[in-house]
Design a binder for this molecule. Structure first.
Ligand code: CP
Length: 311
């Protein structure tokens, strides 16, 4: 499975996904038993210009569990020489001299692609503004396969901020690779799924339905993929944000409408769109989903770093 830069979800074909998910499954017992000494000389740089809990910590844990080392800046805009005016390209060129792989989160769409154009070592896109978050989509798909047992024929509702949500955009691109998928989009009018994704899904034979009622969709799906209304993407449009938030909530009442084998997913963080009372229901898959991020990111790192030292 030759992988180098990981920039967008579309770059993955089905054989690569099969290989990656088998590798992630192999990583589960390795991680649970404390890790391996597979990459003792490898160094991963995490270069984050936006806040993160799951993505940064899971990538860093993944590298530690694989026996490698980590150099990191969690607030690159302030704590790196970007604050002195250095460009992203120059920062990446410099890190090429220090690290074997760079995990980049940036606030600009296309930042990972720009970085990849000047980088000899693999660039992994950990989220580029409202663009994409391909490694999140990979762990989402891994979770769906583990929990539901299949991806072909999947019925999934994407809920919340679909216009500015990079996780749903990347997941939609990946689901476009599978057969007989039916997607429902449930979003406030201002936050509907964008035309580029709808066109891509249409070209790839995915059945898409826009629906304003969450209650109407819940009994019909295998997966509810809930998302946060992202206040930080509204800037000073506070009134628009207030109009959008709180419209679609998973709680005990809405959960009752879902099938017994269906699951609730969320990339997290959540801020009220899934009530805490849902957490104890076995269909609440979002914490298992976040844990899967570790295994999938271990698999991705091993794929871009090549054969381990003790293979
Ligand atoms: N899902 C996700 O990207 O979470 P973080 O922003 O905490 O990394």
């Amino acid at each position: 499975m030759p992988l180098h830069h990981i920039v967008e979800a579309q770059q993955f074909d089905r054989p690569t996904l099969v290989d990656l998910f088998a590798r992630a499954a192999d990583m589960e017992p390795i991680a649970r038993s404390g890790g391996c000494a597979c990459y003792p000389n490898a160094i991963m740089a995490t270069l984050f210009y936006e806040p993160s809990t799951r993505t940064r910590f899971s990538f860093e844990t993944a590298m530690h569990r694989l026996g490698g080392r980590v150099i990191s800046t969690e607030n690159a805009a302030e704590f790196s020489s970007v604050s002195k005016g250095e460009t992203l390209e120059d920062t990446v060129r410099i890190l090429n001299g220090y690290a074997d792989v760079i995990v980049l989160r940036h606030y600009e769409v296309g930042a990972a692609l720009r970085a990849s154009r000047v980088s000899r070592v693999p660039i992994i896109n950990a989220g580029d503004g409202v663009g994409q978050h391909p490694t999140q989509a990979l762990l989402d798909l891994y979770t769906i396969e583990k929990e539901i047992g299949h991806i072909d024929g999947l019925r999934i509702a994407m809920v919340g901020d679909l216009a500015q949500g990079r996780t749903v955009r990347s997941l939609a691109y990946l689901l476009g690779k599978f057969r007989d998928v039916h997607m429902w989009f449930v979003a406030p009018p201002r936050l509907k799924m964008k035309e580029d994704i709808l066109a891509y899904l249409g070209q790839h034979g995915v059945l898409c339905t826009e629906e304003s009622s969450l209650e109407a969709v819940l009994p019909r799906v295998d997966v509810v993929y809930q998302t946060r209304i992202q206040k930080e993407r509204f800037g000073d449009r506070i009134a628009d944000y207030e109009q959008c938030r709180g419209l679609y909530v998973i709680n005990q009442d809405t959960l009752r409408l879902m099938g017994p084998g269906a699951i609730v997913m969320h990339p997290l963080p959540r801020v009220g769109e899934i009530a805490p009372e849902v957490d104890s229901d076995p269909r609440a898959a979002y914490f298992r989903q976040a844990e899967n991020g570790l295994y999938v990111r271990m698999a991705l790192l091993s794929a871009v770093l090549g054969e381990p030292a003790n293979a």
